[in-house]
Design a protein around this ligand. Structure first.
Ligand SMILES: [Zn+2]
Length: 449
């Protein structure tokens, strides 16, 4: 009893064809010009629609604790929103838990998500500056089925550059990917203190408090380390086109650096921090000026970025408006559900990127980086039946009413899009169709690398 999608434009690994695709027992079993259905197959006509591998959002925070506060999207609501936007796999974060070993902390997070996630998932393992770790720990994550670490150059998780260098070396030996939140802590701390001394504490100073030179400087240090000892690193949520250019130049020299950016840095600029509802736009790193935003989009179109993620970290307006200061406002915005629609509209619909390149950006490349390929990220016989169907002619104006996140707002309200997902299939199950969420139970699996 399979599902056959008939007559769509299929975005395969290295080609785009018009044809049929069949999913049976969770897996893609057939791709061809014409598939003859068996008696009990469900046939869905998708003529004129585009059929892509389910999107992988490789950077989300569901049910994240910040002190005593949790993000408003837990696993259920976050993953529901993901599926409604064509995302079939997310990569969340495991953080060190006091009293548990690193491996136990990782296992705790995976078990916490299991049975609550509607979407398939993996996790990145966070190591902070005060976490004792050794090579064996790092190898143990890989054996568990996770191939990536997350480091921070700032916040409570802060890790100094020397320790980052050491982790990069050990990770190379263990065959692990190192992902890094790069904002130089000294530059940020100086900017924050300067503003506080001048009593400039309002949210309008959020952008100034974490200047883009902090990102640039930290990324420059990481590139130097990689270049010096042939190490590799992945920079998360690049916010400025200037950092994008730095990464692009390093790549051209052969440095093993990869990077992701996010829709909000591509679509919005720091003018929003002057608004009365500026808190809704607070995230780290902050939005940048228009010149840096345009440059970031240019870098994306040039191929600088390996993929696009959302850093989905949703707080309700109530949670956002609790504070009026830039340093106490909960940082993070919802985004998973709008990842594909925004990127599709800005690249493919705008005639600036072909379907195949966009599909690599949103599915194949993150799958390859984080060890999920070829189970995920590609339409191929034997891969999971994870599919998103896009109506290229559907025009929408984004609004909160359309969203399935519990955040109760979107920073993209009013943005006009051409092309929108009309169906998401997760391992052969129709999870979303024509605006409706159709999954009964949260049956998302942990996908090991
Ligand atoms: Zn994040």
């Amino acid at each position: 009893m399979g599902i056959i999608l008939k007559g769509g434009t299929l975005v395969l690994e290295d080609s785009v064809i018009v044809g049929d695709i069949k999913i049976n027992n969770e897996l893609i079993t057939e791709i061809g010009e014409k598939i003859v259905p068996l008696n009990d197959d469900t046939v869905i006509d998708v003529t004129g629609k585009q059929v892509l591998p389910g999107v992988i959002d490789a950077h989300v925070h569901y049910k994240m604790a910040l002190g005593k506060v949790y993000t408003v999207d837990n696993f259920e609501t976050g993953s529901r929103a993901a599926l409604c936007g064509g995302v079939t796999t997310v990569i969340d974060y495991a953080e060190p838990i006091e009293g548990l070993s690193l491996l136990e902390s990782l296992d705790y997070r995976v078990k916490e998500a299991k049975g609550h996630n509607f979407v398939d998932f993996s996790v990145h393992m966070t190591i902070s500056g005060d976490t004792p770790y050794n090579l064996e720990d790092i190898k143990s994550f890989r054996n568990y089925g996770v191939n990536s670490l997350k480091l921070y150059t700032t916040y409570d998780f802060i890790m100094g550059y020397d320790m980052i260098f050491d982790v990069l070396r050990k990770a190379k030996e263990a065959g692990m990917v190192v992902t890094i939140h790069a904002e130089d802590n000294e530059i940020v701390a100086t900017a924050v203190n300067d503003l506080k001394t001048q009593a400039k504490t309002g949210v309008e100073y959020h952008g100034v408090s974490r200047p883009s030179k902090a990102e640039y400087f930290a990324v420059e240090r990481i590139i130097e380390m990689c270049e010096k000892e042939d190490l590799s690193a992945h920079i998360v949520h690049v916010s400025s086109g200037l950092t994008g250019e730095l990464i692009s130049n390093a790549k051209a020299r052969g440095v093993k650096i990869s990077a992701e950016t996010c829709p909000h840095y591509l679509m919005l600029n720091d003018e929003v921090y002057k608004r009365s509802d500026a808190q809704l736009y607070v995230m780290q790193p902050p939005l940048r000026n228009e010149r840096e935003r345009i440059k970031l989009m240019d870098e994306l179109l040039k191929g600088t970025f390996d993929f696009v993620t959302t850093d989905h970290c949703a707080y309700s307006p109530h949670q956002k408006f609790i504070s009026k200061t830039f340093y106490e406002t909960n940082g993070g915005i919802p985004g998973t559900e709008t990842l594909l629609p925004i990127i599709y509209s800005q690249t493919v619909s705008a005639g600036k990127m072909d379907l195949l390149a966009m599909s690599k950006l949103l599915a194949t490349n993150p799958a390859k980086k984080f060890g999920l390929y070829p189970k995920k990220g590609v339409l191929k016989v034997g891969s999971y039946g994870d599919v998103v169907v896009i109506d290229p002619d559907l025009e929408v104006v984004l609004s909160n009413e359309m969203m399935h996140t519990a955040a109760d707002y979107t920073t993209f309200t009013g943005i006009k899009l051409k092309g929108y997902p009309i169906m998401t299939i997760l391992r052969g199950k129709i999870a979303y169709r024509d605006g409706k969420f159709l999954m009964g139970d949260p049956l998302g699996n942990f996908i090991s690398c």
